[in-house]
Design a protein around this ligand. Structure first.
Ligand code: CU
Length: 154
């Protein structure tokens, strides 16, 4: 009888640990901060293929959106953040009236947050179906020079 109870306790323990692992595979959260120094707090992020992530951009800056707005644009594989940033206004339709959204960039953009002012945040759900490197960038004019990074999906 004693043996039965301890075996039961062990199997319950294993079972509950398995459930915790399974739970964390759904909608894992990644928080990226942007600031008045025109920087993201993370420039290299490792994620897993096939997992749905809640990617949160938090703008912790204090300057107004018109002067120091930030967004997070994740580019599909094969698109370089600097090359993309250089064409935002000339080729991809980013303007002051559309919050610098690259409306003509088509499938080069995998996902994007809203343009954020001080103390704002936005969450996007993203699932990467292919392993590899994805660049991300802020599309506010000139910010691509230093507001960019890579997501490496394994
Ligand atoms: Cu920015």
């Amino acid at each position: 009888m004693k043996y039965f109870f301890s075996l039961f306790a062990v199997s319950t323990l294993i079972f509950s640990e398995t459930s915790i692992v399974a739970e964390t595979k759904i909608n894992q959260k990644v928080i990226i901060e942007s600031n008045d120094l025109m920087k993201f707090d993370k420039t290299s992020i490792k994620l897993s293929k096939g997992v749905t992530y809640d990617i949160v951009l938090k703008n912790v800056g204090k300057l107004p959106k018109a002067a120091m707005g930030h967004n997070l644009i994740i580019l599909d594989q094969g698109n370089d953040a600097i090359a993309f940033g250089a064409k935002l206004i000339t080729d991809y339709g980013a303007t002051a009236t559309n919050d610098w959204k690259p409306v003509k960039a088509g499938k080069k953009v995998l996902a994007q947050t809203k343009m954020l002012g001080p103390n704002e945040s936005d969450t996007i759900k993203v699932k990467f179906d292919k392993k590899g490197t994805y660049h991300f960038v802020c599309s506010f004019p000139g910010h691509f020079a230093q507001m960019r990074g890579v997501i490496v999906v394994e």
